[in-house]
Design a protein around this ligand. Structure first.
Ligand SMILES: CC(C)(COP(=O)(O)OP(=O)(O)OC[C@H]1O[C@@H](n2cnc3c(N)ncnc32)[C@H](O)[C@@H]1OP(=O)(O)O)[C@@H](O)C(=O)NCCC(=O)NCCS
Length: 168
């Protein structure tokens, strides 16, 4: 598998594919949400200078995965500025380490922007993949949609390769 990476802002024609992934994975359960709204949220007009940073993995030019960093996904701790989220791998490419590869690339780009800590929230209480990639658990809290999520934090420049397999 030869993977290349691109930012959505550099390949805006990929927006419909990303919007469709996000909408079908997370949007259909949200009352009043629609594919059109999902697309609007990804439009460049909503982008700040660098955020949200939507990274896309391509295999042979075809998008196969995406993830993003955005500001202030949760409001309780305003000092927690940068959040990893919307990690999505096309079903045909799952279970091959692609999410880990993509997140590693996204963290490198975050470091280049001077970002120190990156937070996330996950339904997987032990952190799953994210624990393996160096995120450490903080509190367990209620998501606005009624389920519990684990908040986690990692230094963007953490070297996940230094974590021995099976130690998470
Ligand atoms: C979660 C997802 C991104 C993993 O992609 P992937 O390329 O198959 O991931 P990798 O091969 O790098 O790693 C697989 C690991 O992810 C773990 N995983 C699966 N779903 C997970 C989740 N929601 N949160 C954390 N870890 C998860 C698996 O248990 C597996 O762990 P292991 O390697 O210790 O066995 C992919 O299954 C997906 O897109 N799912 C639908 C969207 C989603 O749930 N995104 C995560 C939101 S927090």
């Amino acid at each position: 598998m030869t993977i290349e990476f691109t930012l959505l802002q550099d390949r805006p024609e990929l927006l419909p594919v990303i919007a469709e992934w996000y909408f079908h994975e997370w949007g259909t359960a949200v009352p009043g949400h629609s594919l059109a709204v999902e697309r609007e949220h990804l439009e460049p007009s909503d982008h700040g200078e660098d955020m949200p940073m939507v990274l896309i993995a391509l295999e042979a030019g075809i998008p196969v995965a995406t993830a993003r960093i955005k500001r202030h996904e949760r409001g309780e701790h305003p000092e927690r500025e940068f959040w990893l989220g919307s990690v999505y791998v096309d079903p045909s490419h799952r279970g091959q380490g692609l999410a880990g590869l993509l997140i590693g690339e996204l963290m490198s780009r975050a470091v280049e922007l001077g970002i120190c800590d990156v937070y996330l929230q996950t339904k997987v209480d032990d952190g799953g993949l994210y624990r393996r990639l160096g995120w450490l658990p903080l509190e367990s809290i209620l998501h606005e949609r009624g389920f519990r999520v684990r908040v986690m934090r990692r230094a963007a420049n953490f070297n996940a390769a230094s974590v021995p397999a099976g130690s998470a």
